[in-house]
Design a protein around this ligand. Structure first.
Ligand SMILES: Nc1nc2c(c(=O)[nH]1)N[C@H]1C(S)=C(S)[C@@H](COP(=O)(O)OP(=O)(O)OC[C@H]3O[C@@H](n4cnc5c(N)ncnc54)[C@H](O)[C@@H]3O)O[C@H]1N2
Ligand code: MOO
Ligand code: MG
Length: 415
């Protein structure tokens, strides 16, 4: 049975990245947040586009004001007023200044701006009450932030507000992003019903389908919901075939253990799948199955164990990084681990790497993990609500005492 880190390496090695030519769509900038840029962006514009003032004040020649102070202020003639958005008309000569405002174009001849708080004005003259600390003070020079023609944004980054602002500033209204990965999801089990049906004895709601749909969307992919499939090899094979043909990743839950009605293994064999993982040394999630198929562009198949907590834990640990890596993200698709102080005692039998759900908070600037109250059975989904972290006890560790340090998997979808 592979360890969790061996299983992770096997899985991430199976990922075929989306292609930056075929798997691209053109979208409007207003809908770009959260998408992954497929083509680098180069702009023909310099930033700033022209020399401009960083302050409301006066554009001057440094040589005129370098020795100014309150006792002996330089006195300059104001020859022009330049609000933002206007093109200056005059050239600033010796002992001249232009009234200027933040963001306005610097006039030719001036090289320095004096903020208005360091000046006194009398009609068309300005007294400079303090020398600038250096030549060119408060001038934002053309191309000092970004030079036209160089790479502005690389491919493979996730677009957030910062990048969208940059793209707007360079007038990029349409852009190439990777299409969202398609993830087929189905649940297996004769006991499962949709949530709108009255529950008969022995039946439960197929909550895994809802959990997985939300997880897939949070990871930036598009879920293809294939519903509930009975524990029937014929029906299962049909849904498997449809899923394989229509998705980049296929996820099923249930039916991967050793019970008489756990048919997944049998179906995979009949589809000539290559089974890469059959079980993992972890709790919950031991019977995780991972396979690929002998088709071109085979999706990666994840047979997640049916227990609701096992579904979430194995998704966070293995499926989410797989989706993110496949989606074109150049980096930052790996799970994020942090160290925290455990508020509670955490226990494991030490036989498998154990994931204990709870919440991660910052207390006095230090991460603190609180174990969720209630049962930590992998069949219990109730106390998973309101959690945001998993404490990880490696194989061989049986106890983490209160206040002891513990490794935490953060359950953020963003990074
Ligand atoms: N003899 C053994 N029995 C089990 C083993 C084992 O090693 N030997 N492993 C246990 C572990 S660990 C897990 S995890 C489960 C995995 O079971 P399956 O993947 O075969 O899943 P099922 O048997 O179909 O269901 C398990 C459990 O989860 C509930 N379930 C299933 N699907 C859903 C759904 N869509 N929504 C909500 N709940 C679901 C189902 O009713 C069962 O209670 O096997 C153990 N047994
Ligand atoms: O692998 Mo499990 O421990 O019941 O989820
Ligand atoms: Mg079973």
């Amino acid at each position: 049975m592979p360890s969790v880190s061996d299983a992770e390496a096997i899985i991430l090695n199976l990922v075929q990245l989306l292609n930056n030519r075929q798997d691209v769509e053109i979208i409007d900038l207003l809908t770009a947040d959260g998408r992954i840029l497929a083509t680098p962006v180069i702009s023909p514009l310099d930033f700033p586009h022209w020399d401009n003032s960083a302050m409301d004040g006066y554009a001057v020649r440094y040589e005129d004001v370098q020795h100014s102070n309150t006792e002996q202020p330089a006195v300059l003639e104001i020859v022009e007023e330049i609000p933002a958005g206007n093109q200056p008309k005059s050239t600033i000569q010796l002992r001249q200044a232009a009234r200027i405002f933040t963001g306005a174009v610097m006039p030719v001849g001036a090289d320095t701006v004096i903020m208005q708080e360091k000046t006194r004005r009398e009609t068309n003259r300005v007294f400079i009450l303090a020398a600038p600390t250096k030549p060119q003070e408060f001038v934002r020079h053309k191309a000092s932030f970004y030079q036209a023609g160089t790479q502005l944004l690389p491919a493979g980054i996730k677009l957030n507000a910062q990048e969208i602002a940059v793209l707007a500033a360079v007038q990029c209204s349409k852009l190439n992003v990777f299409r969202r990965p398609r993830v087929a999801i189905f649940s297996t089990g004769d006991e499962l019903v949709t949530l709108d049906k009255p529950l008969q004895p022995g039946q439960i709601v197929d909550s895994n389908q809802y959990a997985l749909a939300a997880l897939v969307k949070e990871s930036g992919a598009e879920p293809l919901l294939l519903g509930i499939v009975k524990d029937d090899p014929v029906a299962l094979k049909q849904v498997f075939s449809h899923a394989i043909a229509n998705a980049d990743i296929v996820i099923s839950s249930g039916g991967v253990s050793v019970g008489d009605y756990d048919y997944v293994d049998q179906i995979l064999k009949s589809l000539e799948a290559k089974i890469h993982i059959h079980s993992v040394e972890m709790r919950p999630g031991k019977p995780l199955t991972v396979a690929t198929f002998p088709t071109q562009n085979s999706p990666i198949y994840f047979g997640l164990p049916g227990n609701p907590a096992a579904v979430l834990v194995t998704f966070w640990r293995f499926v989410q990084p797989t989706i993110k890596k496949l989606s074109g993200l150049a980096e930052g698709w790996q799970p994020v681990f942090v160290k925290a102080r455990s508020h509670d005692e955490l226990r494991s039998d030490g036989k498998r790497e154990t994931y204990i759900w709870g919440s991660l908070n910052v207390v006095d600037g230090v991460y603190e993990f609180h174990k969720a109250g209630g049962s930590h059975s992998s069949g219990n989904l109730i106390n998973l609500a309101q959690t945001n972290a998993l404490a990880v006890l490696p194989t061989g560790t049986t106890l983490i005492s209160p206040q002891q340090e513990v490794q935490i998997l953060q359950l953020t979808t963003d990074n």
